[in-house]
Ligand binder design. Structure first.
Ligand code: PLP
Length: 378
């Protein structure tokens, strides 16, 4: 099987697993216990925190560990509105991940003022439009990079446009792949996850700028300086730090390699698959995602492209949920103004540092065959 879906980047690196294993096998102390096994675990967790903080250019006291991007996003939105009572209004972009859109919709159902900001045809939030959101007691949540198209938002300009609002960014897709610096960008809250950078699933972090009076959304045993209760998942946290260190230190090399692969993929697709629209622009994008769709998807079974690729041994995805056996149109592509058919029949390729040129050649040839067959059967 050729994995050109999310699993390309979510494969746990052997080197990461190797450093995690001792914490499952021998170092199973509870990091909050005072006996030596517990103290060793505490040291490992704090070392990992120092490392993640340094990689973000933050302070260790500004980082809490969570179960991943979904929890980090929910925590920020819900705590800011409820436990911390920092904001009266929440604004997000229309192309955000469901882990932002769903809690925002829920907050709205609870009577909070929320606003979903439109994106342009390339999927970027308009900075001009955001300026009117520059108010105190407002949380603006704009993702750094989009998971379906790879489009990167200009956080620097967004921060400049809304100096009085609190700024959260979902950096799950960008962390470890493109430079990220919470100080330089003036970020107040930031969500990251380990499994997009060959780390373990089920662990992530939330950056909370020092000085913000942040109260826990998840309460209990007061771990993480009372900002996220729950026994720390030591082995996962260690694995996250190792994966992050490797991703950041090899960032340029990995990015150059992945960009090369995507350039080849673009070339092959544009030569061999007629009538496609490429939804991923050429600049200010992640190095590992290419999203395409078919303007004529209405006239052939667009959903069948993904299924056909799977049957021929190539895993790709379209970022859309599959409900009752049929693919729902991608809300990201719909927000970018694509038709329902195009938004349903999109194909998202994700490459990783481990993808080969041969895999790209094979996958693009298979895509070309499948689309030709489907079109000829219409
Ligand atoms: N945000 C973005 C942009 C994502 O791509 C994902 C996962 O794919 C998440 C949030 C959720 O992260 P997790 O799977 O760690 O909960």
């Amino acid at each position: 099987m050729i994995y050109l879906d999310n699993s390309a980047t979510t494969r746990l690196d052997d080197a990461v697993l190797e450093e995690m294993l001792p914490w499952f096998q021998h170092g199973y102390g509870n990091a909050s216990s005072i006996y030596s096994l517990g103290r060793q675990a505490r040291v490992a967790v704090e070392d990992a925190r120092n490392e993640i903080a340094a990689l973000l250019n933050g302070h260790p006291a500004e980082v809490i560990f969570t179960s991943g991007g979904t929890e980090s996003n929910n925590t920020v939105l819900k705590s800011c509105c409820s436990e911390s009572d920092l904001v009266d209004r929440v604004v997000c972009g229309a192309s955000e991940h469901h882990a932002i859109l769903e809690p925002v919709a829920w907050l709205n159902s609870q009577g909070k003022q929320t606003f979903v900001h439109p994106v342009d045809a390339e999927g970027r939030v308009s900075i001009e439009g955001l300026r009117e959101e520059n108010r105190v007691r407002t949380l603006v949540s704009i993702m750094h990079a989009n998971n379906e198209t790879g489009v990167v938002n200009d956080l620097h300009s967004i921060r400049e446009a809304i100096p009085d609002a609190l700024l959260h960014t979902d950096a799950v897709q960008s962390f470890g792949k493109i430079p990220l610096d919470v100080q330089a960008l003036g970020i107040d809250f930031l969500s990251v996850s380990a499994h997009k950078i060959h780390g373990p699933k089920g662990v992530g972090a939330l950056f909370i700028r020092k000085g913000i009076d942040f109260k826990a959304h998840q309460q209990g045993g007061a771990q993480e300086r009372n900002r996220r209760s729950g026994t720390e998942a030591v082995a996962l946290i260690v694995g996250f730090a190792v994966a992050a260190r490797r991703a950041v230190s090899e960032m340029n090399e990995r990015a150059a390699r992945m960009t090369d692969l995507l350039t080849l993929l673009r070339e092959r697709i544009s030569t061999n698959v007629p009538q496609i629209s490429v939804n991923t622009p050429l600049i200010n994008v992640l190095p590992n995602v290419l999203n395409i769709s078919f303007p004529d998807a209405e006239s052939f079974d667009g959903d069948a492209v993904l299924q056909g690729m799977d049957l021929r041994g190539v895993a790709v995805s379209n970022g859309s949920a599959c409900v009752s056996g049929s693919l729902q149109p991608s809300h990201v592509l719909m927000a970018m103004g694509r038709s329902v058919a195009e938004s349903r029949a999109a194909v998202r390729f994700s490459v990783s540092k481990d993808t080969t040129r041969d895999e790209i050649e094979t996958a693009s040839a298979i895509l070309s065959d499948i689309v030709r067959d489907l079109r000829s059967n219409q």
